[in-house]
Ligand binder design. Structure first.
Ligand code: NAD
Ligand SMILES: O=C(O)C1=N[C@H](C(=O)O)CCC1
Length: 251
């Protein structure tokens, strides 16, 4: 049994993650981390205790994995505390800076535990990023347009940042390691959920790679896979694409 905790259990993503994880036969939801205790509620999903600080959650519920689905303001603090407590983070929250990711990587190395950061848990988005990295070797002039619902707090999206980083890495040393060379445009509108286009311009031609999530259900398989994989791996993995092997069963 993998003992799992969820941070942000009343959010749009966290609530669906709780619903999904409690049905997994190899997982046990042992606690949730909320910003504050809801009036009169001390449990969620019937019997799962609610905590408002990581340390108490770690001591009392002893999770193996923390699924982090809160905000860019809290995720770094939660991830650091989790790793220090020997809890493996699966981070879906966007907004970690490159410096914060490097620091978490160092903490994982020191502790000898795994951590997965997946700015997008949908398999289609992971493939879009892989295909974009390949395309950028052949068509280096590119721009990213990310479009999200108007409740999204951060910009640019974590998906766009990782896509740009993978494209820059794929171009090799001349492409540079930074994402700065690849412009990212952010759109926030009601009616949208999560969408991204990567446009590659060439002489008399345009290649567009587009992914759309129409439902948050698109993220649930990636969350389940990440919880299972983080138990088997050491060190920090950045991107769901890194844990989807070619030839693996569809997730
Ligand atoms: N990786 C993915 O596939 C994926 C998919 C969707 C959203 N996201 C990201 O997940 C995050 C959450 O998205 P959302 O739409 O569910 O947001 P949301 O605003 O609906 O939910 C966030 C929840 O976190 C809670 N929270 C805030 N600070 C907290 C703290 N310190 N401790 C505990 N809980 C805290 C809030 O009360 C809220 O319930 C965002 O960063 C978003 O970009 C990632
Ligand atoms: O709804 C959101 O917020 C999403 N954020 C992720 C990001 O920042 O890339 C992607 C999935 C939806």
């Amino acid at each position: 049994m993998i003992r799992v905790a969820v941070a942000g259990p009343r959010g749009r993503m966290g609530a669906m993650a709780v619903e999904t994880l409690v049905t997994q036969r190899d997982m046990l939801l042992v606690g949730v981390l909320d910003r504050k205790m809801a009036e009169q509620a001390s449990t969620i999903a019937g019997a799962v205790p609610i905590y408002t600080d990581m340390e108490t959650l770690a001591i009392e519920s002893k999770p193996d994995v923390l699924v982090e689905l809160t905000t860019h303001e809290s995720v770094y603090r939660h991830a650091q505390s989790a790793i220090k407590e020997g809890i493996r983070p699966v981070i879906g929250t966007s907004g970690l800076t490159p410096e914060e990711i490097s620091h978490l990587e160092g903490l994982c190395r020191e502790s000898g535990i795994g951590c997965i950061i997946a700015p997008n848990f949908s398999v289609g988005a992971a493939l879009m990023m892989k295909f974009s990295a390949i395309a950028s070797r052949f068509m280096p002039a590119s721009e990213i347009i990310e479009l999200h619902h108007d409740g999204k707090k951060d910009a640019p999206s974590g998906t766009a940042e990782l896509t740009a980083r993978m494209m820059a890495d794929s171009k090799g040393p001349s492409g540079g390691k930074s994402t700065a060379g690849i412009p990212i445009h952010s759109v926030r509108l009601p009616g949208l959920l999560s969408h991204q286009e990567v446009l590659f311009g060439g002489e008399g031609q345009l290649l567009t790679l587009r992914h759309d999530s129409f439902s948050r259900q698109s993220y649930m398989s990636g969350i389940k896979l990440s919880v299972r994989e983080v138990m088997k791996r050491n060190g920090l993995i950045y991107g769901l694409d890194k844990i989807i092997d070619d030839g693996q069963q569809p997730i």
